[in-house]
Structure formats: C-alpha cells, structure tokens
Write a protein that binds this ligand. Structure first.
Ligand code: FAD
Ligand code: PHB
Length: 397
C-alpha cells in the first residue's frame, strides 16, 4: 500500500471540500482531495442555487468568481405569495445587500477547474473507507481502481456530506446530535422554460408550499411541497405543472408556462446539528456537521462559512504553531449555524402546510405572512437573514 503525505487530507469534493482546498492552496498549505464520485457526477448534480453576498465575495476575492460574475443573476429581493397576492421583500432597500442565483454545480465546476489548473491533487472515484488516529497522527484509507491507498496528514477535513464516514468515526459519546424531521418533503424540477418571474417566489397555499426559482434566463427551477414518503413516479409532468399553477395562482392572473422537465427529484426536509464539529485533528465541515431545510437557502452558504473559519485556524497553526483558532473552530461556526437553523426553521414553518392543519393554524399562518410583508421591522429581519448575517470573525478573502 502506497502512503501519500500531505498537510490536510480533505474528504469530499462538494462545495465545502473544494472551497477549503482552494483557499488553503492560496495560503501555501498542501492538501489532497478525495471524492468517491466521478468528476462528471459532481459537476452535474443539481442542488442549491442561492449564494449569499458573503459567499460571492469569498469566491470572487479568491479568484474563482469570473464566470459567476458573468453568468450569476443578481437578485435584489424576493417575493412572498399568499392569499393570491405577491409581496416583495426588497433586500437592497432594507439592508443594502443582495443575493446571487448561480447553481451549486457551477461553483463546483469553477473550483475543480481551478484545482486542476494549478496541478494540485484531487482524486475522483476514490472512496475514503476509514479515518484513523486523528488524536495523534491522522490517516485516511481509501480505495481507488480496486486498490487500497493511504494518506498520512496533519489534519483531516471531513467535507463528505451528511452520509459520509467522518462524523460516524467520532465516538458517539463525544458528539451531541440535535435533529428535527419535518412531515413533508420537496419535489424539485428543473425545466427548460423561461422563469415566470425575475425574482424567486416563495408561496404559501392551502395545498402546500411552492417555490419558483431559476438557473438562467432559459431554465426554471421549481419546487412543490409533497409527502415525505412520496414516490416520484406518482408525479407525472402534467400533475407537477397543474399543482404549481394551482398553488401559485394570483388574483391578477399570474401565468406559469410549462416546458420540458430535465430533472426531477424528492428532497426530505430535516434540521440537524452535530456538536462540537471536531475531534482531535479531525474537523467536520458543511453537511457532514449540519443540515438545514432548504427554505432559507442556507446549506451551501454555511459550508463556505465553515471553510472560512477553518482556513483561518489552519493558517494560524502553520504560521505560528498556535492552536487557539483551531480549538475554537466548532464554537465559532456553531454561532452562525444555530442562527441559520433558527431562520430556516422559521421560514419552513411559516411557508409550509402541516398535516392536520386546522383553520386556526391557517389563520396564524396568514397573519404571520401579512405581518412579515407589511411591517418594515419584520421584513428587515427576513432580509438581513436571507442575504446572510455578517461574519463575526475577520476573513482572509
Ligand atoms: P456535499 O455537497 O454533500 O458534498 C460532499 C461530497 O463528499 C460529495 O461529493 C460526496 O460524493 C463526497 N463523499 C461522501 N462520502 C465520501 C467518501 N467516503 N469518500 C470520498 N468522498 C465522499 N443550499 C443553499 O445554500 N442554497 C440553496 O438554495 C440550497 N438549495 C438546496 C436544494 C436542494 C434540493 C438540496 C438537496 C440542497 C440544497 N442546499 C441549498 C443545500 C446544499 O446543496 C448543501 O448544503 C451543500 O451541498 C453542502 O455542501 P458540502 O460540500 O458540505 O456537502
Ligand atoms: C434553488 O434555486 O434551488 C433554491 C432557491 C431557494 C431556496 C432553495 C432552493 O430556498
């Protein structure tokens, strides 16, 4: 078995692993990235679409934002729709910031191209099977082309998503898990049709939540609330469009044109936090440590925020051998994570129809939406959280 030596062994080439590898490279810190899927698979996986301004600034500031600046769609607000009417939350006017719609797989493509461009190691179809000795001399074992390999490193970055191997490698007694499951899921589609609105529309309807988003001037991304155990085969294209039209209808005749559906999938909704996000020299980042329901559009942004904190800690360690920032890694990340959890849970409960919801709950739902869209204080709260709360530690980019 060949053993490779590096400073940071990174497991997972999603937004967390790739951004970390990139920022470390710019700081002169070596890493090896392992990804169990093929390059094509990760570059075409349809996931998030909304980037906070802080995320955009990190990508641009670190030199991978050229296409993002050209192709990303800057949005100055969103619409909340209920009772047949749309209400605009104007981020720019309320908090002076905005968001950018740019698909996660495009961020992933840009980061992979950068990594390959400067010839740093990234292995696809290389599955990490074990992380060991992370209290002293960390090692990562992995399988590639049917053979076993090993990486010896100073630190392991567990960027391997919710179903990865890093979180389960930490003894259960050393982790506290906080979890909530929601009694609904999202059925998401990507369709070749011009978006019916320039801005995202979050809709609350008696039949359930619906969301209109987009990927480009020609491609729409839409979601409808469905049952968590739903089989996607029970949702032929006509049924999806019909349901979207019913939920998104307005009294002034909103028109939703359909088009060929390019991709269809069901996403369960959960909130999850594993504390303290680190054990010895193993750090968890992004979905490996936390999941938010997608209603607040926070998942990818939180992954990048974790990377920002860990990069600072590793730079401090390699420059001065100080471990303070590394030791505070989880604590620093968790302050932001819990606020994003709070915001995502609030958006989720405000915009979804719960099973057995009675008239009283429906009345409260409408009153809350009415309040949020008519009170400047409440709209500002939504806007401030949606565009991304300020970072409370200085960044390197
Ligand atoms: P992942 O993207 O899951 O990457 C983990 C990587 O690790 C994967 O490539 C996986 O193949 C690899 N891996 C796993 N195990 C191993 C192993 N043993 N060895 C090697 N590699 C391994 N977030 C937002 O901010 N805004 C949104 O609008 C938004 N919308 C969403 C919509 C949907 C439908 C979904 C599903 C998610 C959405 N999210 C959104 C969440 C966002 O996609 C995730 O939070 C984000 O992907 C997290 O990045 P990550 O790098 O932590 O994990
Ligand atoms: C998306 O475009 O995929 C998207 C947008 C907003 C969300 C979730 C997903 O809250």
């Amino acid at each position: 078995m060949v053993t490779l030596r590096t400073q940071v062994g990174i497991i997972g080439a999603g937004p967390a692993g790739l951004t970390l590898a990139h920022l470390l490279h710019l700081q002169g810190i070596e890493s090896v990235v392992l990804e169990r899927q093929s390059r094509e698979h990760v570059e075409t996986r349809v996931r998030a679409g909304v980037l906070e301004q802080g995320t955009v600034e990190i990508l641009i500031g670190s030199g991978v934002g050229e296409r993002l600046q050209r192709e990303g769609l800057q949005h100055r607000g969103v619409q909340l729709r209920f009772d047949g009417k749309s209400h605009r939350i104007d981020f720019q006017e309320l908090v002076g910031r905005s968001i950018t719609v740019y698909a996660q797989q495009e961020v992933v493509k840009d980061l992979i191209a950068a990594r390959i461009g400067y010839h740093e190691p990234i292995f696809f179809e290389a599955e990490a099977t074990q992380v060991a000795d992370f209290d002293a001399q960390p090692r990562v074992r992995y399988q590639q082309d049917g053979a076993s390999h090993e990486i010896a490193c100073d630190f392991i970055a567990g960027c391997d998503g919710f179903h990865g191997i890093c979180r389960p490698a930490i003894p259960a007694a050393a982790l506290k898990i906080h979890e909530r499951h929601y009694p609904f899921a999202w059925l998401g589609i990507l369709a070749r049709v011009a978006p019916a609105s320039e801005e995202l529309i979050y809709t609350y309807h008696e039949r359930g939540f619906a969301l209109l988003s987009m990927r480009s001037p020609e491609v729409s991304r839409l979601y409808v609330q469905c049952d968590p155990g739903e089989d996607v085969n029970h949702w032929p294209d006509d049924r999806i469009w019909e349901e979207l039209r019913t939920r998104m209808a307005t009294r002034d005749g909103f028109v939703l044109k359909d088009g060929p559906i390019l991709q269809k999938g069901i996403t369960p909704m959960r909130s999850f936090v594993a504390e303290p996000m680190q054990a010895g020299r193993l750090f968890l980042l992004g979905d490996a440590a936390h999941i938010v329901p997608p209603t607040g559009a926070k998942g990818l942004n939180l992954a990048v925020a974790d990377v920002r904190v860990l990069t600072r800690g590793l730079v401090e360690f390699y420059k001065s051998k100080k471990r303070d920032a590394l030791q505070q890694y989880g604590e620093r990340c968790l302050r932001r994570i819990w606020k994003a959890q709070r915001f995502s849970a609030w958006m989720t409960s405000m915009l979804h129809r719960f099973p057995n919801e009675d008239d009283f709950s429906h009345g409260i739902h409408l009153a809350e939406l009415d309040y949020v869209t008519s009170s400047r204080a409440a709209s500002t709260t939504l806007a401030e959280n949606y565009v991304g709360l300020p970072f409370d530690t200085p960044g390197l980019f």
